[in-house]
Every structure is written in C-alpha cells, then in structure tokens.
Write a protein that binds this ligand. Structure first.
Ligand code: NAP
Length: 527
C-alpha cells in the first residue's frame, strides 16, 4: 500500500487511523495512494511549530523571503511529470490545464517574491516629531504593515495548484511573513502532498524555520474546524462553496478571540446584454457565451451563470443560438462525482422552479462523471420573485433572464447578491445611455468587464477577485494579485521609538530605499 502523509513542519507523519483515497473521475476509479487524516495531536503540533516559526519568520529580510518564494516555484517545476500526472489523475482535468495552472502558480510565487524584494508594500508612513508645536508638542509616529501570525489556508477543489497548497493565499501569507498551515483538499491530496514537499524542500534550502509551512490531510470537516478554532491561528483563507465559507466564518467569529476569514465563495457573474449590441450581434455573442459557460466544464468561480437582456426578437435569437451552440460542444469531465452530484441536483432545483423554461439540455449519453450542459430561461418578473433562481449552479449551466424593460433590469441588479464579476455587452456609445445600470452593477460586483467574458482571471496588481458578500466575506480585499497580501497584515505604529530600534522600513536613512509617505509626501528620500 502506498501511503500519503501529513507534513508537520518538515516531518512526514501519519499517526491517525482515519484513511481515505482520492478519485480519478476520468477512469471512474479510486487512486491507489491511501491518505491518513491528521490527528488532533498532529494538528496541535503543526500549529505550535508555526507559532514558534513566526517569531523568526516575521523578521527575516526581504531578500531571504524572496529567495524562499522563488525556491518554492523552482521546486514545483522540479516535481516534473509526477506533479502533472497526479494532478490529472485527481481532477480529471487535462494535461494542458495542469501545465498552465502550474505556470500560473509559479508566476504568483515569483510576483510575491518581487513585491517583498522591492519592499514598499509595507506602506511605511512617517510623521516626524514637532517638539515646539503649540499648544502641545507632536510625537514622532511611524506606521507600517506587520504580519498577523499563523494562517490556515483551505485549498480550492477547482484549482488544485493555483488556489491550493502553494497557491495565491499561501504565497500572499508567506510573503507577508505569516507561517501557513494548509488544510489539504481531500479531492487532490496527492497533488497537495507533492506541492507540500516542494515547499518544505524550498524552506530547508533557504534556511526558513521549521514550521513555516505544514500540510494537513483531512477526509471531513473536523480537521478544518480544529484549525480554525485553534487559539494560536490568527487568520483563515478559503475558496469554495458558500456553505463551507460561511460555516468557517461563523466558527471564527464565535471564538473567544475572533479572527478574520477571507473566503471567496459562489458567484453567478451577471452579464448584461444591452439592446443595440444584441440587435447587431446576437448570434456572435451567443457563440462566445456557449464557450465561456462550458469552459473547464463550468467549474470556474467566474462562470457566467446569469445573462440578462430586454425581451424581444434579438434576445430570442441569442437564446436560440446559445441553445444550439452549447449542445454542439463536447461535454466535459467534472472534478469529482460529488461535484457532479451537486451540479445535477442544483440544476434540477433551478429548472424545476415554476415558469422556468429549459432552452438547451444536452441529451446524449455521456461518460461517467461528465456533465450535461444546460441553459434555462425565465422572465424578469419570475426571476425577481424567486430567490432560488439567484443561486449559483456550479457547472456548465446558465440562466437567461428576459426583462420586461430597462427598469426591471435595473431592479434585478439592485436585488442581486454580491458577485465577483459583472459584464456589460454594449455597442458603440450605447453604454453611456445606461448610467443607472452601470452604477447598480458596480454596487454588486468586484470587477466589471466591458464587451468580454468573465471567465479568465488575469493575475496582476490591478486585479480585484472578490466582491460584496457572498462573493467574498470581505469586499475590501482581493484574492488574486499581489494586493492580496493586505489580508494577512495589520497596521502598526511606533511612537517616539529610537531610530536604531526601528525596523529597516522606518529608519531615517531609508536603508531599503522604499517609497514612503513622510510628512504627507511620497518619497524615497532619507529623513
Ligand atoms: P466546499 O464544500 O466549500 O469545501 C471546501 C473546503 O472546505 C473543503 O476542504 C472542505 O473540507 C472544507 N469545508 C467545507 N465545509 C466546511 C465546514 N462546515 N467546516 C469546516 N470545513 C469545511 O467546496 P468543494 O468541496 O471544493 O466543492 C463543493 C462545492 O463548492 C461545488 O460543487 C461548488 O458548488 C462549490 N465551489 C464553488 C467554487 C467557486 O469558486 N464558486 C469553487 C469551488 C467549489 P472537506 O472536503 O474535508 O469536508
């Protein structure tokens, strides 16, 4: 029997008696490796090590931290084909996607390395003393961001690399100076263990303290619950369902010391088809959207699950072409039988609601664990009156809402729950005539797209991947791009502190040469 283990800091460990395997949805068979769920003692030990590691890791130099992050990227590449094969066998996703996601994961790690090396991200702010100020003298006050402490990261089922073990949350937390405890996603425990080995190897090669990273296996929710409840854990990162994210958020809020949970959850990503655009290119838009809805078998958090237009012949044409095009696309494999089961159940729940019409339903036989794509349609009035229709159906599904007029479209937008994205499809200068629609959309989403599709999230500093609840638990932060580091830090002020005892970022000499706000002026100058 090949056994999968936990990483408790740099030690492999499998003391528990609860075991499980991962599943290959393409072959419809369990994979061979048997994983052992972390025991309560192993969890305690990992958190204790992380707490000890924090004492030194929080103060290591920018160069050392950058070297660690770059080394993780190198070690991930060194895993070679084994990583790609394990990824595919645990997710059903194709090799090309595995390699693309590996590149993205390495790119994220390297961009955080660059960020910490440059150093200005700490937002150093200095107000020098005015001893002669009347009526009271002013103290010297200096502020910068400091790390929160050990962070728990829950990996996403739909991104086994880029939003999992060494994905965006982990890279951002390590860059901030927070040790990371990963609650491995049970669907891709083997991929997680391989990536964990790369992180540990990088930590050892670059002299990081033992405990800066741990990877804990779980086959149910108990491991995650114990981690979130642990008094030494200071923050949580999560990507997944609304149910899971909300449960963890509530758990963290009920602790004697509540901690932040940054959860990125479900979204239906409304797309608005403005009348002129629809009139001019309904068929072309429908073809584009058939591709976007089925991309990755609909398993992206930015999947366009809700399309809104004003009723009429152009919208009818859009629905007809979308229906024809979407069933002409080959069905894809879902990540796991449970995800497929949830898709089928949620799709059924949506289409069985009163006055919902099925516009397209893939009807041919499909392989095990392959999803049948579908499009439903409903009037604006029915949609407004039935909150069930506002819920995400995670998979290759979308609902087209036929609004009576512009006013109803706006009313729908005002009633929608928070979303990751909103898309505006417009022709020429049409958009300028709809300021209320744009404003209503902006109030509900984290990112607005003009004449495109919401799928495909660029990793760059200006990206916002988040949004009002329930798209995320805190709309002030992004989960993608280097700004996501802000989730794992807190602002901290030194008052009248001797120059030689200040951290480098705040010293008079500005030894790091970073951009600082000094007496209200942005500068890299010395004081
Ligand atoms: P999930 O059920 O939210 O689980 C994600 C992680 O959170 C898992 O590791 C799970 O642990 C843990 N978890 C869930 N509920 C918990 C609780 N009450 N307490 C403690 N830990 C908890 O998501 P999933 O398994 O990845 O996928 C299931 C569904 O989530 C999908 O069908 C889809 O609807 C949705 N999803 C949405 C997105 C999105 O971006 N919108 C992304 C991924 C998934 P265990 O697995 O060990 O129980």
């Amino acid at each position: 029997m090949i056994t999968g283990k936990n990483y408790i800091g740099n030690q492999l460990s499998a003391n528990g008696n609860k075991t499980y395997t991962t599943f290959n949805p393409q072959t419809n068979q369990e994979n061979k490796v048997v994983f052992t769920e972390a025991t309560s003692e192993e969890i305690d030990q990992a958190v204790l090590l992380a707490t000890e590691a924090f004492a030194s890791f929080r103060n290591i130099s920018n160069e050392q931290k950058a070297a660690f992050l770059n080394a993780i990227a190198d070690e991930i590449l060194n895993l070679g084909d084994e990583l790609i094969q394990t990824y595919c066998s645990e997710s059903g996703l194709p090799e090309g996607r595995a390699m693309g996601e590996r590149g993205r994961t390495m790119g994220q790690l390297r961009s955080f390395a660059e960020l910490v090396l440059e150093g200005s991200w700490v937002e150093a702010t200095i107000d020098t003393a005015q001893p002669d100020r009347a009526p009271l003298p002013k103290s010297d006050i200096r502020k910068m961001n400091i790390p929160l402490g050990p962070v728990v990261v829950f990996g996403a089922s739909n991104f086994p690399l880029a939003y999992s073990t060494a994905g965006g949350d982990t890279a951002a937390a390590l860059a901030a100076g927070c040790p990371v405890l990963v609650k491995s996603h049970p669907m891709h425990a083997g991929t997680g263990e391989l990536i964990a080995s790369a992180v540990i190897s990088a930590a050892e090669k670059t002299g990081m303290p033992n405990g800066v990273f741990s990877n804990l296996n779980s086959s149910g929710i108990a491991v995650g619950q114990q981690l979130v409840n642990h008094p030494k854990v200071k923050a949580v990162g999560f990507t997944g369902s609304h149910r899971g994210g909300r449960a963890l958020y509530d758990l963290a809020a009920k602790r004697p010391e509540p901690i932040p949970v940054f959860a990125e959850m479900g979204s239906v990503n409304p797309v608005i088809l403005l009348p002129k655009a629809l009139e001019n290119r309904a068929a072309a838009l429908a073809k584009t959207y058939a591709q976007s809805i089925t991309l990755g078998t609909g398993q992206f958090c930015t999947n366009p699950g809700l399309i809104l237009g004003i009723q009429g012949s152009s919208l009818n044409q859009f629905i007809e072409v979308l229906a024809t095009e979407i069933v002409a696309i080959d069905p894809g494999c879902m990540l796991h039988p449970n995800i497929l089961g949830a898709y089928e159940a949620n799709k059924e729940k949506a289409i069985s609601q009163k006055e919902v019409t099925l516009a397209a339903d893939y009807s041919k036989a499909v392989n095990n664990n392959y999803a049948k794509q579908a499009v439903a349609t409903v009037t604006g009035a029915v949609f407004l009156g039935n909150p069930q229709l506002h819920q995400e159906v995670f998979g290759p599904y979308s609902m087209v809402v036929q609004c009576a007029d512009q006013q109803q479209l706006e009313e729908i937008l005002l009633q929608l729950e928070g979303q990751l994205t909103g898309t505006l499809i417009s022709d020429n200068h049409e958009a300028a005539q709809y300021p209320q629609i744009i404003s209503a959309l902006q109030n509900r989403v984290g990112r607005i797209i003009f004449n495109g599709v919401p799928t495909g999230v660029e990793v760059c500093p200006s990206m916002v991947h988040g949004g009002p609840y329930p798209a995320s638990t805190d709309s002030r932060f992004t989960a993608v791009g280097v700004s996501s580091i802000a989730r794992w830090v807190r602002p901290f002020s030194y008052q009248d502190w001797p120059n030689e005892l200040l951290p480098e970022a705040l010293k008079n000499e500005n030894p790091l040469g970073i951009l600082r706000l000094v007496n209200n002026h942005k500068t890299t100058d010395k004081i």
